[in-house]
Write a protein that binds this ligand. Structure first.
Ligand code: F0G
Length: 460
């Protein structure tokens, strides 16, 4: 940044290659939506104008990352690309063992295959859907312990992603022998992309130590979390982001990771840990499904892209722009009277669909209805994070999720401010006719992870 006090925080990059977008008419979008069974995952992305389904793997890579792609070495074992990856990972996360995986959920699958079984309980501030599904698939139970502020979209709190330490203590006091490890997700994606404070991580660590439990981070958005610590937590204003990340890692015994988020890669992930015995077990499992432990489901070129991305995502200019551009969107929606989760998270703005569409019962999926309306109105693809995603219990019954949110996830370094201005107009227009949006009914659904493939129809 320059030292001058300009108000406009600019994108700290120039555009180097472009990907044209296809404009569609409202009639085309209405037809596409019906053909997709009102499930936005079923749309062809060519029919989407602004794609905010996810910030995962959808970012733009830098010139240096593309150069790394060329440098990729594809040796089956011991490729230099692996050692560059290992170096970049352990510079920020100095764990003894690092197992590359093709994405975050593969790391979760390996970890919970090794340590999960019926009768066990895994607490987390809030499990992401794949983490929950992998734990439940092992027969164990996934328990969310967010702080109470984290469940009220309109409450302002600097660290709404925090884990409820007293609740964790109570859980461990009652049944410590059934808890194989404690997880903390940074930032708390399902809870609104909200950060976790260093003080909270320290307090969780202290409880884990008292009961002899390992602490694992689900660290997908570690750099955004570290930026919030720097901005909001006393004592960190002058600490380098990379040092904050190392301090977070130093409080944990291991991590699962999706390199498709903060590391700015289109694919990849890893499992890292200190425990030698568990690492050996995990390596054997990795070979079964991912590949030899020096490539683990990735091409050498992917490992290079991740290694370079890890150096770029802790840059202060990048993070200042990243967090500011998400807040720009959030502030404009708030000013337009749209109920949004505040303060704004790191990777997304979350609309409180339950508040905006108060006339729709949560079991008629207000979030799904809103997401469909945003697509129909302006070709914007968002993602329901609510009762469709979390409402189906393992026994087949259904209960409303804690919140019904619609996430506008912002791909990294991909959209410009004028894209955001267009998006703001689209959301504001839908907000004006929110009262007239219909509820939705599920026509067909699978037993697990239903949000990806369920089919819906509007009710009334
Ligand atoms: N943990 C968190 C907190 C996540 O947000 C994700 C993915 C994963 C784990 C799994 O990683 O996709 O590489 O297998 N979140 C994406 C999203 C899909 O849209 O939020 P993955």
């Amino acid at each position: 940044m320059t030292d001058e006090p300009y108000r406009t925080i600019i994108e700290p990059f120039r555009i180097h290659s472009v990907e044209p977008m296809r404009m569609t008419t409202r009639a085309e979008r209405v037809a596409a939506l019906a053909a997709a069974g009102y499930n936005l995952f079923e749309l062809h992305s060519q029919d989407v104008l602004i794609d905010l389904l996810t910030d995962s793997g959808t970012g733009a890579m830098s010139a240096e990352q593309w150069a790394g792609i060329q440098r990729g070495n594809e040796a089956y074992a011991g490729a230099p690309s692996f050692y560059r990856f290992l170096d970049a990972v352990t510079t920020l996360f100095p764990f003894r063992h690092v197992l590359p995986t093709h994405q975050g959920r593969a790391a979760e699958k390996i970890l919970f295959t090794a340590i999960g079984r019926p009768g066990l309980v895994v607490p987390n501030n809030t499990h992401f859907d794949t983490t929950r599904a992998n734990i439940e698939f092992s027969g164990a139970q996934a328990v969310d312990l967010p702080v109470p502020e984290g469940l009220v979209p309109s409450v302002r709190h600097p660290f709404k992603g925090n884990l409820d330490v007293a609740a964790l203590d109570r859980l461990l006091a009652g049944r410590a022998d059934t808890v194989p490890l404690v997880m903390v997700t940074v930032t708390n994606n399902s809870g609104g992309g909200q950060p976790v404070s260093m003080a909270n991580l320290r307090a969780v660590r202290e409880v884990c130590d008292r009961y002899g439990k390992p602490l694992f981070l689900d660290a997908c958005r570690f750099a955004e979390n570290a930026w919030f610590i720097r901005e909001r937590e006393p004592g960190y204003a002058d600490v380098a982001v990379a040092d904050i990340v190392r301090e977070m890692a130093g409080l944990a015994d291991g991590m699962t990771m999706s390199a498709k988020k903060d590391p700015l890669a289109n694919m990849g992930g890893w499992l890292a840990l200190n425990d030698d015995d568990l690492a050996e077990q995990c390596r054997s499992l990795e070979i079964l499904t991912e590949g030899f432990p020096t490539y683990g489901g990735l091409a050498g070129r992917d490992l290079e892209a991740i290694a370079q991305g890890l150096t770029e995502c802790v840059s202060e200019d990048y993070l200042r722009y990243r967090i500011r551009s998400v807040a720009y969107l959030g502030e404009a929606l708030e000013a337009a009277g749209v109920p949004v989760v505040v303060p704004f998270g790191g990777h997304a703005v979350f609309i409180d669909a339950r508040a905006m569409l108060g006339h729709i019962n949560p079991l008629r999926y207000p979030g799904q209805s809103l997401a469909c309306a945003l697509y129909e109105e302006g070709g914007v693809r968002s993602c329901e994070i609510g009762t469709v995603m979390f409402g189906l219990n393992p026994d087949g019954t259904e209960t409303p999720a804690a919140m019904d949110l619609v996430r506008l996830a912002i791909p990294r370094r991909t959209y410009t401010q004028s894209h955001m201005d267009y998006l703001i107009e689209v959301v504001a227009r839908v907000a004006k006719r929110a009262d007239s949006l219909p509820g939705m009914r599920i026509v067909s659904q699978p037993r697990q992870l239903r949000h990806f493939t369920a089919r819906f129809e509007p009710v009334g």
